[in-house]
Design a binder for this molecule. Structure first.
Ligand code: NDP
Ligand code: 2IT
Length: 450
């Protein structure tokens, strides 16, 4: 059965390696569910989940500062709406392809189901590269992108948010363009600014949620983040707030990276040093190398994306949190993590560990959490933002943070319970895939063959 479904995916999606990778992980995990529930098999539930309900691809044309015409591709993958409106971020990065967005939208189905908030799965973006663009060019691009995407969105239909290359600034420009075209003020985006519909804690939520999740994992072994040395990759939204929460809980983050290289700060990144990273990345949009130039004793190492392994994952530590991008931890990196005594790997990014890497971690008894569980705090808080928008009121920082902590604990416990039930105790990956699948599969079954 496994080979049959995997063949089906490969045949239908040739040249889409990222999507096939994400699909393979889920197919393997949910086989026992399909065996137990022949009706899901008969209804082709998994095959239908693997086919986007709608895939929108469009031309984005805009004028740069020199007055030259620029051409990009825009997309929105509306993957699954069985349990709620399509929900998921927008990514602006030159590596964006239908394969990348389909893998992200597919994972989003399960992640959103795990949050317990009624949200379907979607993802979108563009091959536009925000690096080196002026403020004016960013705004022009966002407006051109929204001149098409607007017609496909709605606060009860499809609600985007940020992802790589899309933060508060871009959400602001896109929300403004939507409002102008549609002539309506609704919560059609999440990650909006505080004061115009945004939720407190949304900015922090993915990184904070990741560390809350790790804390829950460690508690099962009567341990905690306190005193633990932590490797973090990335220096964007997720990495910044993962680092912040590690510090707040008494852990010691020792690294950060960008696509050029990583910094290793053996003394630990402090809140003051983190402020430097935030200003560097969010305001000045500089390179992480500057951190090593500013602080004594910090080592900067360039990253060669084509190398057999990444030296960032070859540092002695207790926990590792990849928070940059997909496939940044391969089989060799996973072996290095094991060799260096790492006990826990929590995915902040989406699919940062390859299938080979995951197998190495699990075979060696490392606690491993898949992104669709441990980075779900971001979209969960987006769900809380939608709820506040629907209600027309706002919760305090403390209220949202308490809800986020409750949701992360619930996801953690749900994953463990599902893993236990299906004979894979402690396997968060299998647990997340099964629990997410069951929720959406039951909804699809109830809604008929559509
Ligand atoms: P940002 O754009 O804020 O930061 C991305 C970081 O990753 C930057 O440091 C960037 O470096 C680095 N990076 C991006 N692409 C690559 C690449 N191809 N190779 C190496 N480094 C790279 O994005 P986010 O922090 O929002 O997202 C990070 C990850 O977390 C992504 O996988 C995203 O899908 C996931 N995620 C994000 C959520 C959110 O709420 N934002 C929610 C859940 C998951 P550089 O500056 O050089 O590009
Ligand atoms: O991958 C993700 O979960 C996100 N980028 C956040 C999506 C959202 O809608 O908040």
């Amino acid at each position: 059965m496994q080979a049959e479904i995997l063949d089906f995916v490969k045949r239908r999606n040739p040249n889409e390696p990222e999507f096939i990778q994400a699909a393979e992980e889920v197919i393997l995990s949910v086989l026992p569910v399909l065996e137990k529930h022949p009706e899901f098999r008969k209804l082709k539930i998994l095959e239908r989940m693997l086919e986007p309900e709608r895939l929108i691809s469009f031309r984005v044309t805009w004028l740069d500062d020199k007055g030259e015409v620029q051409l990009n591709r825009g997309y929105r993958v509306q993957m699954n709406s069985a349990i709620g409106p399509y929900k998921g971020g927008l990514r602006f990065h030159p590596s964006v392809t239908p394969s990348v967005l389909k893998f992200l939208a597919f994972e989003q189905i399960f992640k959103n189901a795990l949050t317990g908030i009624p949200m379907g799965g979607g993802k979108g973006g563009s091959d536009f590269d925000p690096k080196g663009k002026s403020e004016n060019e960013i705004m022009k691009f966002c407006q051109a992108f929204m001149s098409e995407l607007t017609r496909h969105l709605g606060h009860r239909l499809d609600v985007p948010a940020g992802d790589i290359g899309v933060g508060g600034r871009e959400v602001g420009y896109m929300f403004g363009a939507y409002k102008k075209i549609k002539n309506e003020f609704t919560g059609v985006f999440t990650g909006k600014g505080i004061g115009w519909g945004g939720s407190l804690i949304r900015t922090e939520a993915t990184g904070y949620g990741l560390i809350y999740f790790a804390e829950n994992m460690l508690h099962t072994k009567n341990e905690s983040i306190k005193g633990k040395t932590c490797l973090v990759s990335g220096s964007g939204n997720v990495a910044q707030y993962a680092i912040e929460k590690i510090i707040q809980l008494g852990g010691k983050p020792v690294s950060a990276s960008d696509s050029d290289g990583f910094v290793y700060d053996a003394e630990g990144i402090t809140l003051a040093k983190l402020e430097f990273i935030k200003d560097l990345k969010n305001n000045r949009r500089g390179r992480i190398k500057e951190y090593a130039e500013k602080y004594k004793g910090v080592v900067y190492t360039p990253i060669d994306a084509k190398a057999a392994s990444n030296p960032l994952w070859n540092i002695k530590a207790d926990c590792a949190f990849p928070c940059a991008t997909q496939n940044e931890v391969n089989g060799n990196d996973a072996k290095n993590l094991v060799k260096n005594g790492v006990k826990l790997v929590g995915e902040g990014a989406n699919m940062p560990v390859t299938i080979e890497g995951i197998n190495v971690l699990i075979d060696n008894g490392i606690m491993y959490s898949p992104g669709k569980a441990s980075n779900a705090g971001g979209v969960a808080t987006s769900g809380l933002e939608m709820t506040q928008n629907y209600m027309g009121s706002n919760w305090t920082r403390e209220e949202v943070d308490a809800k986020l902590q409750g949701i992360m604990k619930n996801i953690h416990d749900t994953c463990l319970a599902a893993a236990n039930e299906y004979g894979k105790p402690g396997n968060y990956m299998v647990g997340a895939n099964i629990a997410g699948f069951l929720k959406v599969a039951n909804a699809m079954k109830a809604q008929g063959v559509i």
